[in-house]
Design a protein around this ligand. Structure first.
Ligand code: FES
Ligand code: FE2
Length: 340
């Protein structure tokens, strides 16, 4: 049975950094076409390796810069008449060799490369970035495995998952879930930690005890640092939203495994298996389990509505604290987006 379309979510798109793809997928000279918060963008990597994001449509006569465009040095050359735009959006040259028209200025969006990701800033009120995504050292970790979903939803609603204690048992069948202290807030960063027991298969086994710490940095980026206690195995997961507009989200998830693992702790028969090799296999396999977990959330997100004043119960987890913190990401909304 198909359900009718739910009403609009009714939240503006919050000010945050949003991931538009893995950095390794954008080589020097590469160009992406992306949509972010109703805005059409091109993201390119210059020949020196720097990344920039510009409005997709050329300010000269409106060509799509990703269609026939190419990277020339530090600029993006439009395929229609050959005007070249720098990373600051300024027109660096025209093929006519005359003075460039002052109005030929492409609008930019702040873009950075961090933690192997290309992140682009959306300011709800047009403001510049108000925080930076915390860098992590990826030395000794496997490359990110990734998967993505097109879902109906909203960054705040999807990120609320990590504060929503009740759904972990109901949707994901996690058992014995216990918060590991209260949420910690530091400006645009919110951290929550839990321990639980996994009843669904992980790496073909079930029942492992897991400790996770979720760092929600802004509303588009969540880094989950997990310890699979029985295996002494450290795993990182990313949950990142790219709001397209109209309640549509491109959801990216990624996983990486610490290559410094104790193979013997995972299974005695693995004692002689090289740990780096094993970490790569665990990342491949674990990514399938992670994707299956997120797939359990997708139908809920796709059909739920946003309740500004939810009927919260004891045991729901720190949803109220989370929503209060979320207000900071809506500078254009008087008093924040939430009334509760
Ligand atoms: S439309 Fe881009 S150079 Fe003319
Ligand atoms: Fe979930």
């Amino acid at each position: 049975m198909t359900s009718p379309d739910p009403p609009a979510i009714g939240l503006p798109i919050p000010s945050s950094w949003y991931c538009l793809g893995l950095a390794r997928s954008l080589p020097r000279g590469g160009i992406w076409r992306r949509r972010l918060a109703g805005r059409d963008l091109v993201v390119f990597r210059s020949e020196s390796g720097a990344v920039a994001a510009l409005d997709a449509f050329c300010p000269h006569l409106g060509a799509d810069l990703s269609v026939g465009g190419s990277v020339k040095g530090e600029t993006l050359r439009c395929g229609f008449h050959g005007f070249c735009f720098g990373r600051d959006g300024g027109c660096a040259s025209t093929p006519y060799g005359k003075k460039v028209p002052p109005a030929a200025q492409a609008r930019t969006a702040p873009a950075v490369e961090v933690n192997g990701l290309i992140m682009v800033w959306h300011g709800a009120a047009g403001e510049a970035p108000t925080f930076d995504i915390a860098p992590i050292s990826t030395d000794g970790w496997t490359d990110w495995r990734e998967a993505s979903f097109e879902v109906r939803g909203h960054p705040q609603e999807i990120a609320e998952n990590s504060a929503d204690v009740g759904h972990f048992a109901a949707v994901h069948d996690y058992a014995d879930l216990a918060p590991d202290g209260p949420p910690r807030i530091d400006g645009a960063a919110l951290r929550v930690a839990y321990t639980f027991r996994r009843t669904r298969a992980l790496l073909g086994m079930s029942g492992q005890s897991i400790r996770i710490e979720v760092l929600q940095h802004g509303l588009g980026y969540a880094l989950v640092e997990s310890l699979v206690c029985d295996f002494d195995l450290h795993v990182r997961q990313l949950v990142m939203t790219q709001p397209l507009g109209d309640d549509r989200v491109h959801l990216r998830i990624a996983m990486s495994v610490d290559r410094n693992l104790a193979a013997r702790a995972i299974h005695p028969l693995l004692a002689w298996v090289p740990s780096g090799w094993l970490a790569e296999r665990i990342a491949d396999h674990g990514m399938g389990d992670f994707r299956a977990d997120v797939q359990q959330d997708v139908p809920i997100w796709s059909h739920k509505i946003h309740l500004p004043r939810p009927a919260l119960a004891d045991g729901d987890g720190p949803i109220g604290t989370y929503r209060k913190w979320c207000r900071r990401f809506y500078p254009s909304v008087e008093g924040g987006a939430e009334a509760s």
